[in-house]
Design a protein around this ligand. Structure first.
Ligand code: RB5
Length: 143
């Protein structure tokens, strides 16, 4: 599996931890930055990550900012992107089962980093249920 990871400066430290966590599990990681805690703009990193998902270079993405809010709002501007802010284990499971989320978004300043990694494991191991959920997702793609 190939996954793109990205963050702004607020999410940089957690993005680095996530990259290590994924690599250790044999996942091919594309890190589109940022690469330090120097101030940058989260929409730029959301757009870069999204482009790799939409052109099918990678299957899924992980985006981190201070809260997970700005970077997920930016990612969700693109048709075909379903970025979910994953705030607990139920959200991890249901965002895959029901929403077929293709981006796992989290906040480095508002969430416990160890818990984020546990939720990421759940997210990666959960499949989309399809059925009525497929119909709902299709509706969003036709807005
Ligand atoms: C950057 O200071 C901060 O605004 C950003 O990381 C994020 O939390 C925005 O939603």
């Amino acid at each position: 599996m190939k996954i793109v990871i990205g963050s702004d400066h607020g999410g940089y430290i957690l993005k680095e931890k996530i990259g290590k966590f994924l690599s250790e599990r044999g996942i091919e990681v594309t890190d589109i930055g940022t690469y330090s805690e120097e101030s940058v703009d989260y929409p730029d990193f959301a757009a870069k990550a999204v482009s790799l998902i939409l052109d099918r270079t990678v299957e899924l993405g992980v985006l981190v900012c201070g809260t997970g809010i700005g970077i997920s709002i930016a990612a969700n501007r693109f048709k075909g992107i379903r970025a979910a802010i994953v705030y607990n284990s139920d959200a991890a499971r249901l965002s895959r089962e029901h929403n077929n989320a293709n981006i796992f978004a989290v906040g480095a300043r508002t969430m416990d980093h160890e818990e984020v990694l546990k939720n990421l494991e759940i997210w990666l191991n959960t499949e989309f249920s399809g059925g009525r959920h497929e119909r709902r997702i299709c509706k969003m793609d036709n807005f």
